[in-house]
Design a protein around this ligand. Structure first.
Ligand SMILES: Cc1cc2nc3c(=O)[nH]c(=O)nc-3n(C[C@H](O)[C@H](O)[C@H](O)COP(=O)(O)O)c2cc1C
Length: 297
């Protein structure tokens, strides 16, 4: 099967931010069954994470404020060739504080051998105070356009659902020439420690992921797949093959798994891929393509 011209052996991918900081961990995830792997989001310069606590386990997901901690793109020159030994497409997640920075990091990641870039649009823009790329159709358009000009590999725009109308942003990215859209990143949320009467995260607010956000993510995929013609990659709360089937039926061509790796371990990719096949067999679907968009209309 193919997602924006990349050949995948199954429709699962590692989501950005989980086990994606080194070539060795990306290779391990590939060897354990993922159809493709995505790096942690990489920027221009090394960046430290937020103070602890920065991850909290909730009953139906994770709340994290790890943010954009990363070693800077130059450190990935050595990591990507190692990741490629896993023999699945390696997608570089990139971020920047301007369209030019996104383009510079994407170009470097292409030269290191990445098969595609995924633009993490859930980050602030320094040129427009208080603005986030992914919340602004014009800024999202500018980033995709700049990166498309800079690289020849497929460009995937990863959207946030912390917006009024995700389709407006998706359409802007499509118009700028993106090859696929990943939906969604984490949802802004918080948890309060009622004994201490204080927010648990050092940053007060963080990003919610896992089972809790799946219905929002499925809705976003469905809306985008209904209105856009680029490939859509679903992300948010995939724990089982049936969760993946739900995303595929909503119009996704593949699914990414992040929090599921935390709760179920690295064998989740193989399990989800097998469970998708079992579902197809039991329910008379002859190929993954038949599942894609089956619920649209
Ligand atoms: C600990 C953690 C770190 C993350 N870091 C990134 C990141 O660097 N870049 C990014 O685009 N998304 C990041 N995400 C978001 C995930 O890629 C994914 O969009 C989100 O968690 C929903 O999918 P899930 O429910 O399968 O985890 C992170 C998520 C978690 C839980």
């Amino acid at each position: 099967m193919k997602v924006c011209s990349m050949k995948l052996r199954n429709p699962t991918m590692l989501a950005s931010g989980i086990l994606g900081s080194t070539g060795a961990s990306l290779k391990r995830v590939a060897e354990r069954g993922a159809g493709a792997v995505v790096t942690k989001s990489i920027g221009m310069e090394p960046r430290e994470g937020h103070k602890n606590p920065s991850v909290v386990e909730l009953e139906n997901g994770l709340l994290n404020s790890i943010g954009l901690a990363n070693p800077g793109y130059k450190a990935f020159e050595e990591e990507i060739p190692v990741a490629k030994k896993g023999n699945v497409p390696v997608i570089a997640s990139v971020f920047g504080s301007s369209a030019g920075e996104f383009a510079e990091v994407a170009k470097a990641m292409e030269s290191y051998g990445c098969d595609a870039v995924e633009l993490n649009l859930s980050c602030p823009n320094v040129e427009k105070a208080g603005a986030f790329f992914g919340k602004d159709a014009e800024l999202s358009y500018a980033v995709v356009k700049a990166v498309k000009k800079a690289v020849g590999i497929p460009v995937i725009a990863k959207l946030t659902a912390n917006v009024g109308d995700i389709v407006e942003i998706a359409k802007a990215c499509e118009e700028a020439g993106c090859d696929a859209i990943t939906a969604i990143n984490t949802l802004r949320a918080m948890k309060i420690d009622i004994r201490a009467a204080k927010p648990i995260l050092s940053t007060k607010f963080g990003g919610l992921s896992g089972t809790a956000i799946k219905p929002v993510a499925v809705r976003c995929v469905y809306e985008i797949a209904s209105e856009c013609s680029v490939d859509v990659i679903g992300c948010g709360g995939v724990m089982t093959g049936e969760d993946a089937v739900e995303f595929l039926m909503a119009g996704a061509k593949a699914v990414q798994i992040g929090t599921g790796v935390h709760f179920r371990g690295i064998s989740i990719f193989d399990k989800v891929a097998k469970e998708i096949e079992e579902f197809m067999l039991k329910n008379g679907y002859g190929s993954v393509e038949e599942l894609i968009g089956a619920a649209l209309g």
